[in-house]
Design a binder for this molecule. Structure first.
Ligand SMILES: Nc1nc2c(ncn2[C@@H]2O[C@H](COP(=O)(O)OP(=O)(O)O)[C@@H](O)[C@H]2O)c(=O)[nH]1
Ligand SMILES: [Mg+2]
Length: 182
């Protein structure tokens, strides 16, 4: 008797694509907060990042399952060696600054130079200003940041406020990135 083949097709696990995003910016600008907002549920505490931290979450894009891997790199100069390993095989660079801290914006030039020097010169860059709800303390003009983003041909620019309750600006940012690149 012939065994009927293909009668039961076991359900295939959905294929998961990987997206590696490196998050850089000055200490205190809100990198860890962004990562935790996206990848951890409920309330969270942020503590200074030592070297680098890894966060992961799954999102869907065009019916595809995407594993978003975030590398939150410490801004500390002494971790330069740790950081330099990350750029080469990343897919996206998220450059973060704090809209209430001009220095954090100005220092992004230095970050981009570091990224280029260590193999990440062709990475798509998304520019992101945090603490956007603190309008009265603003030191970086939205138009100035937008112009800089355009002049450097970044893929996107946004301002976010992840510590505001119920805010969805972080989710929206990553949905945009995943939709565009996966
Ligand atoms: N008001 C406000 N505070 C924020 C925002 N994002 C981050 N913070 C705060 O900024 C501080 C530094 O954030 P952290 O994520 O540790 O910065 P990192 O050093 O770049 O990782 C923390 O106290 C955060 O709660 C924001 O959008 N608005
Ligand atoms: Mg951190």
């Amino acid at each position: 008797m012939e065994i009927e083949r293909n009668f039961i097709t076991p359900e295939q696990p959905p294929e998961v694509s990987q997206l590696k995003i490196v998050v850089v910016g000055e200490k205190g600008c809100g990198k860890t907060t962004i990562c935790k907002q996206l990848c951890e549920e409920g309330k969270f505490d942020v503590e200074p990042t030592v070297g680098s931290d890894f966060y992961t979450t799954q999102m869907t894009s065009k019916k595809k399952l995407v594993q978003v891997n975030l590398w939150d790199l410490s801004g500390d100069k002494s971790y330069l060696d740790v950081r330099n390993e990350f750029y080469r095989d990343s897919d996206i660079l998220l450059a973060v600054y704090d809209i209430t801290n001009k220095r954090s914006f100005d220092s992004l030039d230095m970050w981009l130079r570091e990224v280029s020097k260590f193999g990440g010169e062709s990475l798509p860059v998304y520019l992101c200003g945090t603490k956007a709800e603190q309008e009265s303390r603003r030191k970086v003009d939205t138009d100035e940041a937008k112009e800089w983003s355009n002049s450097r041909s970044f893929q996107g620019f946004c301002e976010i406020k992840p510590t505001v309750e119920g805010d969805s600006s972080v989710q929206a940012l990553f949905e945009r990135i995943v939709m565009r690149h996966m």
